[in-house]
Write a protein that binds this ligand. Structure first.
Ligand SMILES: NC(=O)c1ccc[n+]([C@@H]2O[C@H](COP(=O)([O-])OP(=O)(O)OC[C@H]3O[C@@H](n4cnc5c(N)ncnc54)[C@H](OP(=O)(O)O)[C@@H]3O)[C@@H](O)[C@H]2O)c1
Length: 285
């Protein structure tokens, strides 16, 4: 029931025998989170649409000596969150941890990121982002709730973004969806605290994954973005995964309703005094 942990500091990061559901586990940050939780001792239910890629993640989990079950689903489809939660709990014998990490950027018809101001973004692109990033988040929290109430160490981690905390022109739909996740984490944290369930949001900055290949793959775009990151570099998925492990494990037993920022200083208001030279924006009209 998320009580103080009578173990050593390092042991409090362990998840030995815990049962965890990770969505968006087929690649990127989700795969790194699944591997981190497995290394900490958890058994994993892995969800995403692409079964072959989930199998690769499962092999990485099993290499840590932990169980991996696949619960493939398209979370944009109504009813799939319930099926995923039920299948995960049934296969693992309950649920202690939910890391809901599946998420999307707005895309054009050919699937490339739609970096457009709101006034030019088609309504369908907005709806698609809200469907996965907001509606599926709420549905998955609702569907896992009965299982989490049975756990003695229940923790929910919603993979939000720094875009949910700062203004993000050209990605308004994404930013709004990520702000909704932070808000949901805060509201559920307050509502579920007496039921023994902690709920937190994790807010990464620019991280090197398939989602951001459009940016780090183009020098002018990458250089401009990194000029706005005080640490001056991209995060690797494993650096986000360690923060997810903190929030998922008893190491954060008194942390709930928090939005943990992992952004290399991106959101630090330096007032321009850091003097980091900024190249011209590749997005300027
Ligand atoms: N990369 C960054 O810079 C960054 C920064 C801040 C926050 N984030 C957040 O971190 C999370 C992971 O991002 P990432 O960078 O690892 O992205 P990614 O490489 O594009 O991975 C996205 C994951 O979500 C799954 N997914 C997408 N649509 C889905 C759907 N309809 N149903 C089920 N699963 C779906 C994908 O699997 P399938 O395609 O196999 O379904 C994949 O596993 C996202 O929520 C993202 O918003 C990323």
């Amino acid at each position: 029931m998320n009580t103080p942990h009578p173990v050593s500091v390092l042991d409090s990061f362990h998840l030995t025998g815990a049962r965890a559901l990770v969505t968006g586990a087929s690649r990127g940050i989700g795969r790194a989170v699944a591997e981190a939780l497995a290394e900490a001792g958890a058994d994993l239910a892995l969800s995403a649409r692409t079964e072959a890629a989930l199998e690769e993640t499962a092999r990485a989990v099993e290499a840590h000596g932990r169980k991996a079950v696949l619960v493939p689903a398209d979370l944009a489809q109504s009813g799939s969150a319930q099926r995923v939660a039920d299948a995960a709990s049934s296969a693992l014998g309950g649920l202690d941890v939910l890391v809901h990490n599946a998420g999307v950027l707005p895309v054009t018809e050919d699937g490339t990121p739609a970096l457009l101001p709101l006034q030019q973004l088609p309504q369908q692109a907005w709806d698609d982002v809200i469907s996965v990033n907001v509606n599926a988040t709420a549905a998955l929290c609702r569907a896992t709730h009965p299982y989490l109430t049975e756990s003695q160490q229940a923790s929910v981690v919603l993979m939000s973004s720094i875009a949910g905390l700062v203004g993000t022109p050209l990605m308004e739909s994404y930013a709004a969806s990520k702000a909704a996740q932070v808000s949901l984490a805060r509201s559920l944290a307050a509502g579920w605290a007496r039921q023994g369930i902690r709920v937190n949001a994790l807010c990464p900055g620019w991280t090197r994954t398939d989602m951001t290949s459009f940016a780090y793959g183009t020098a002018a775009v990458s250089d401009w973005l990194m000029a706005h990151v005080p640490m001056g570099r991209w995060a690797e998925p494993a650096e986000v995964a360690t923060a997810a492990l903190f929030l998922a494990s008893p190491a954060s037993s008194f942390v709930t309703g928090h939005a943990l920022v992992v952004d290399g200083g991106l959101a630090v208001p330096d007032g321009g005094l850091a003097g980091i030279p900024k190249p011209p924006s590749p997005f300027a009209a």
